[in-house]
Design a protein around this ligand. Structure first.
Ligand code: RFL
Ligand code: PHB
Length: 397
């Protein structure tokens, strides 16, 4: 089997890359280890930056998002039982974000790919990458139901879009890699609940008992998160304990109330910051979570993945049309500039709002002072609003 661009992974990065290449007339094959149902149901991100929304529209994948996505013009910061709203358009010259779940973005891209695009193989697990720095990189893979037999996909370029646990990154020799990493002593316990969101915008709450986040999936489905100690298992918390704890952390001095409803999903997400440099090795290009992870507090992961593949699709198109590798050569450095801005913002939001197990009163006061600063200074508020609504994307060609 041979193709121009081999893509490992059908998460948002791999699917959008395939779509952008198809629109540019470049052939690709996507290999995905899981089945379609799994990819379409995996609960993850919920917030799309303006730039991500624009890219999905340009890629012809924005129709349902435009109908069902919820435009949000702000978020609320909650601390000391007080509420402070950040007004995105007013602070950023009109920018906002859109609540449209990653599951829905993936469903839309999968449907388009199967209808119009090149091969998208589910149940096709990449086992390893060979000759990444040669002229014809290869992926060895195994298809479900064909155990004991290996297939090989040979390509001109290879995109590693296989997430943090994938195989693509392992093809980059340690001698040329540099890894930057932080783990955090806490995790997020997330629930999905069949109840109308208790507020019309997201609420990020800092509390002495720990962080809490109120988000949503639709006008009738809430998504809520609680900071819990790293290593916590979701089963350790009953639904009632979760609601009680959310109520404590979201408490306000006014008459705001948390609505409770049936919990339909419960899971724990570990928190990590991670960057692999460079994001390119020979003809192998890493994109999305395969190259970098941010803690979810800033809602940047999916948006970074989109930025990477827009840059990569543009560079590959340029190389195919002109024969010049200049944009491919610049790929890693171009992406990393944006990646590090998001790493910095996600780290700041995380450490501002979470309570470390060993935090003392001094650190509590510093967090509150910073939140006060944001609430009372237009400059500090603007800094947050600009970062939250998104750093500039590479221009679409
Ligand atoms: P993905 O989504 O992990 O997709 C990788 C795909 O590769 C497949 N795969 C393989 N396929 C073939 N062979 C192999 N050997 C393979 N190994 C793996 C996997 O099955 C999978 O389908 O990576 P991608 O495409 O880079 O997308 C990244 C995003 O998924 C991620 O950054 C976001 O979900 C992060 N994130 C958030 N990002 C946001 O922008 N806004 C948010 O509000 C937001 N909230 C979140 C989040 C992530 C969370 N979790 C669970 C980590 C909230 C949470 C709770
Ligand atoms: C979500 O809705 O899942 C979500 C929203 C904002 C975040 C993280 C996750 O910062």
């Amino acid at each position: 089997m041979h193709t121009t661009v081999g893509i490992i992974g059908a998460g948002p990065a791999g699917l959008l890359l395939a779509r952008l290449l198809h629109r540019a007339g470049i052939e690709s094959v996507v290999l995905e280890s899981r089945d379609r149902g799994y990819v379409e149901q995996r609960q993850r991100a919920g917030i799309l930056e303006q730039g991500t929304v624009d890219v999905l529209r340009t890629a012809g994948a924005g129709e349902r998002m435009d109908r069902e996505g919820l435009r949000h013009d702000g978020i609320e910061l909650r601390f000391d039982r007080r509420r402070h709203r950040i007004d995105f358009p007013g602070l950023t010259g009109g920018r906002s974000v859109t609540v449209y779940a990653q599951t829905e973005v993936c469903k839309d891209l999968i449907a388009l790919q199967l209808k119009e695009g090149g091969p998208l193989l589910f149940g096709a697990e990449a086992l390893g990458v060979e000759d990444a720095d040669g002229d014809r990189p290869r992926v060895r893979f195994r298809r479900e139901g064909r155990e004991g037999r290996e297939d090989v996909l040979e390509c001109d370029y290879l995109a590693g879009c296989d997430g943090f646990w994938g195989v693509a990154r392992k093809a980059v020799p340690a001698a040329v890699s540099r890894v930057f990493e932080r783990s955090y002593p806490y995790a997020w316990l997330g629930i999905l609940a069949d109840v109308a969101p208790s507020h019309d915008e997201l609420v990020y709450a800092r509390h002495d008992r720990g962080f809490a986040l109120l988000s949503m999936r639709s006008p009738s489905v809430s998504r809520l998160y609680l900071q819990v100690p790293a290593g916590t298992a979701a089963e350790e918390w009953s639904d009632e304990e979760i609601w009680d704890e959310l109520e404590r952390r979201f408490e306000t001095t006014d008459d705001w109330r948390l609505r409770r409803g049936p919990v339909t999903q419960k899971s724990v997400t570990p928190m990590r910051s991670y960057v692999h440099e460079p994001m390119r090795y020979g003809r192998l290009f890493l994109a999305g979570d395969a190259a970098h992870i941010v803690p979810p507090t800033g809602a940047k992961g999916l948006n970074l993945a989109v930025g990477d593949v827009v840059t990569l699709a543009h560079a590959l198109t340029h190389a195919e049309r002109t024969g010049s590798p200049e944009l491919l050569d610049a790929y890693s450095a171009t992406c990393l500039r944006r990646v590090w801005q998001a790493e910095r913002f996600s780290y700041d939001m995380t450490t501002l709002l979470h309570r470390a197990p060993d935090a003392d009163a001094f650190e509590d006061r510093l967090q509150l002072a910073q939140l006060e600063r944001i609430a009372s200074s237009r400059a500090a508020e603007t800094d947050l609003a600009e970062a939250y609504t998104g750093f500039p994307l590479f221009p679409l060609g």
